[in-house]
Ligand binder design. Structure first.
Ligand code: M6R
Length: 612
């Protein structure tokens, strides 16, 4: 979603902000802009399209100045065009604002401002906020920080904003409510970012702003206050990300890099936690709340998108190993449907970014009902990670590609750890649990083998299937969520329509779609569901469907029935999603590349969805 970068210091801001905007590209956007304050006053340049288009527009004359803000916009109010792009500037040209989020009461405020004579050039809610600040400042003769603060008290909705003014070249203001913002603390210079990506190459010291906080930054220092003007003493944290992790490192796309990183990401997620020699799982982040989780009457998992799919795998895992009932909810539905949450329920949310608006709202919903709320997040210091009562970090490293890959496998690995830990004294003997933990520890090497064996084969399959208009993905048991995930991966990056189904559901409707133009991907591992899946494959083959099967390396019996058979190493049934998802990720990736799609930033999509 939209990205913000801000700078105040002694370096020229333009280039630094443009580089910051490039680092934010992965979030998804449709226009970009900059405002720089220097001797020439306040200069603004904004353009529909990519950051490179903005850079070209600037090539006629650079913007001198050591203070500035930049923005990548993902359109919500008004089409993506030059006028609607940020920054937006006050009527007198004195200050400029960039904004992430949605001002919900912009209609009412705009009406009042129009009555007072304000004119609006754009269709955005952000311009409404700019004129509101202007009006509050004018009416009560306030300083800019005072006006920003007071204007924000009149605003309903979500915002992360950054403001600069030609009237004070030593002032950068930023505030947040519902849209993340980080302050980067350098040596005599400061940075603002909607995430850590534009900051990592400059500083590792950061302050995470919380909702309802406003920071005024000068070259001599910064001050954080609540929106109600209470001063705050905020902790400075150390960033975990490194510059190398947010660069492509020789790969053509972040998505491919992140697919290939999965063995290492899994090892990082398991390090110190999965202890095969002792037959133990150690989860420090859940230590304080473990008894409550172990004794829960019910676990409710809430998440969105790919994280929701790993939540479904979590349901199978936790119910199998702990016999605690689990329900999996779309966070977007959970927050609005007055769900039944009892005191002895535990709500577990999954989010790679830790910033997804619907998932965050589910956290607040659960907490307001008195339930313990646990978070499994990748981004350290993210809002969900900070607001949940306890949790487990994935430690998968930054995920930049919009299509989530390594976060899915790391989430499934963490859910497997939780499930195996919950099995103690319940479903597994000590010896069995030790064997299962050993199998989990062996997964990264098996993922390495899948990546080695299958990439070329999948590239040639992609040649054949890249012209398909539809795809079906079918699986049972632990591999049903993988079928959903495979379909999501394909549709989001290649724009081919794809559906995932439990294989048995096919005969209740989707079978009508089968003909020779319908590729059907089957997850056909030799597990407890195999014989049934085999029958489903026969049903598709009998109707001329083009079957691609993912199965175990020893299995030779599918060759006759299937167009392509991809063999992967065997593992225990509960761990198979960690292996079967890999070929599906690669197939989507290669098809998308061959179709000329923008793999890392698919159209209309954002990496972290911070609006409802
Ligand atoms: O950051 P989160 O895990 O909360 O994000 C949830 C979804 O927006 C995300 O998984 C989305 O579906 C991805 N584009 C899937 O690849």
């Amino acid at each position: 979603m939209c990205g913000i970068v801000g700078y105040i210091g002694d370096k020229q801001a333009e280039d630094l902000l443009l580089t910051g905007l490039k680092r934010l590209e992965y979030r998804g956007y449709d226009s970009a802009g900059l405002a720089v304050v220097g001797n020439g006053g306040l200069r603004v340049e904004k353009k529909e399209g990519k950051v490179d288009d903005l850079r070209k527009a600037l090539s006629n004359g650079s913007m001198e100045g050591t203070l500035g803000v930049g923005h990548t916009r993902w359109a919500t109010h008004g089409a993506p065009n030059d006028v609607n792009a940020h920054p937006h500037v006050s009527s007198d040209g004195a200050f400029a604002v960039v904004h992430n989020g949605i001002i919900e009461n912009h209609g009412v405020i705009k009406k009042k401002l129009k009555e007072k004579g304000y004119q609006f050039d754009s269709e955005t809610d952000t311009e409404v906020l700019v004129h509101l600040i202007e009006e509050v400042k004018r009416e009560a003769n306030l300083s800019l920080p005072e006006a920003v603060q007071q204007a924000l008290t009149q605003v309903v909705g979500a915002y992360g904003i950054a403001v600069v003014s030609r009237e004070d070249p030593d002032l950068l203001i930023a505030a947040r409510k519902g849209s993340p913002l980080i302050l980067g603390v350098g040596d005599g210079e400061y940075f603002i970012g909607s995430d850590a990506a534009p900051l990592v190459e400059h500083t590792r010291k950061v302050v995470y702003l919380s909702d309802g906080e406003i920071v005024t930054v000068r070259r001599s220092g910064y001050q954080v206050r609540t929106i109600d003007d209470e001063p705050l003493d905020k902790e400075v944290h150390e960033l975990e990300w490194s510059l190398g992790e947010i660069e492509k490192g020789g790969y053509d796309h972040f998505m491919l890099k992140e697919i290939m990183e999965q063995p290492d990401a899994l090892e990082d997620a398991m390090r110190g936690r999965v202890r095969p020699a002792e037959g133990e799982i150690v989860l420090g982040g859940l230590h304080q709340v473990w008894d409550q989780l172990r004794d829960a009457d019910r676990i409710i998992i809430a998440a969105c998108g790919t994280s929701w799919h790993s939540g479904l795998v979590g349901e199978y895992l936790i119910e199998t190993f702990s016999r605690i009932p689990v329900e999996v909810e779309y966070a977007s539905e959970f927050r609005y449907r007055d769900p039944i949450i009892r005191e002895d329920d535990v709500v577990l949310v999954l989010s790679q970014s830790g910033e997804t608006a619907d998932t965050l709202a589910a956290v607040r919903q659960a907490q307001s009902r008195g339930a313990l709320c646990l978070g499994i997040c990748n981004v350290v210091g993210s809002t969900i990670a900070r607001e949940t009562d306890a949790g487990v970090y994935l430690h998968a490293g930054p995920e930049i590609g919009v299509a989530s890959t390594k976060a899915f496998t790391a989430q499934v690995a963490v859910l497997s750890m939780i499930a195996l830990k919950l099995s103690k004294g319940r479903t597994l003997s000590d010896a069995e649990r030790k064997e299962h933990i050993q199998a989990l520890a062996e997964v990264p090497d098996k993922v390495r083998a899948v990546l080695r064996q299958s990439d070329d084969a999948l590239e040639s399959m992609a040649q054949v299937y890249r012209y398909a208009s539809n795809f079906l993905y079918l699986g049972r048991g632990y591999n049903f969520p993988v079928a959903l995930e495979g379909a999501l991966k394909l549709k989001e990056i290649s724009y081919i329509h794809a559906e995932g189904y439990p294989a048995a559901e096919m005969k209740h409707g989707p079978i009508a779609l089968i003909d020779r133009f319908m590729p059907v991907v089957f997850l056909a591992m030799k597990d407890s569901t195999y014989d049934k899946v085999l029958s489903n494959i026969e049903e598709v083959a009998a109707r001329d469907g083009s079957v691609i099967a993912i199965t175990d390396e020893e299995n030779g019996e599918l060759d006759e029935l299937c167009e392509y058979v991809l063999r992967i190493p065997q593992t225990k049934e509960f761990l198979s999603p960690l292996l079967t998802v890999i070929p599906l990720q690669l197939l989507s990736y290669h098809i998308a590349v061959m179709r000329g799609c923008h793999v890392d930033q698919p159209r209309n999509l954002a990496k972290s969805v911070t609006v409802e």
